[in-house]
Design a binder for this molecule. Structure first.
Ligand code: GRF
Length: 228
């Protein structure tokens, strides 16, 4: 078990890492976590999958893998605080070591983020710090960028602004549109997100203040550059 204090949290790898995954949509990143836990490349167990949307297709992926699913429908809550409090309470019942945001399309309140400080990861489809927010692929194309990619990062109160852990870049081709680019980046997401979780499960990765630390070294401000 890790703590939820502001102090640095480091997972004890003598334990098996328990994950809770939060989704809103297709759940292809969730599927990569399921596949990697099944092959043992990710030495962790997925205790539950949460969705804020009752019809998220990712819920079917979880059910097929016999993982408990929970729906906390944001439309049934009167405020963001109310929704996050309920979500937090239901997640805590699984006592996760790490909470994985995998296409979870909600802005989280400071209270939620603080509660899971050091054990809350997100993946964002851009080379952060470029293009936080939405429409990342189109923005990269419109800017005439030569490359785009995805970043796994610790979540802090700043939207898509927490310390990067690992980043994968691909070239933007002349005939790319937002959809083709997004699809190619997704294949990289499926590699780097379970990798970051595995580092955490091995006790090699933790958050220390404003920095992501891997193997006792502060990671650079764009994270580890993945080249696989
Ligand atoms: C991914 O592009 C991820 O980077 C972003 O939301 C998308 C989720 O896709 N945060 P999926 O639901 O995992 O297929």
């Amino acid at each position: 078990m890790t703590t939820n204090s502001d102090a640095a949290t480091r997972f004890d790898p003598r334990n098996r890492c328990k994950l809770v995954v939060l989704i809103s949509g297709s759940g292809s990143n969730l599927q990569s976590f399921i596949d990697n836990t099944e092959t043992g490349q990710l030495n962790a167990e997925i205790s539950a999958v949460f969705s804020n949307r009752p019809n998220a297709t990712g819920l079917d992926r979880a059910s097929e893998a016999h993982i408990p699913t929970e729906i906390v429908d944001h439309t049934l809550h009167k405020s963001r605080d109310d929704f996050d409090a309920q979500l937090m309470q239901r997640i805590d019942q699984y006592t996760p070591d790490l909470v994985i945001l995998a296409g979870f399309m909600r802005i989280l309140t400071p209270g939620f983020v603080k509660h899971f400080n050091g054990r809350l990861l997100n993946i964002h489809p851009s080379l952060l710090p470029k293009y936080p927010g939405l429409q990342t692929h189109q923005r990269a194309i419109d800017a005439g960028d030569h490359e785009a990619g995805a970043t796994v990062h610790f979540v802090t109160e700043q939207l898509d602004g927490g310390p990067p852990i690992v980043q994968a870049a691909i070239n933007i081709e002349k005939d790319d549109d937002a959809e083709t680019l997004a699809n190619r980046i997704l294949t990289k997401e499926h590699l780097i997100y379970p990798l970051a979780a595995q580092w955490f499960a091995e006790g090699r990765l933790h958050l220390e203040g404003e920095f992501a630390v891997l193997d006792n070294e502060k990671l650079p401000n764009k994270g580890y550059q993945f080249s696989g």
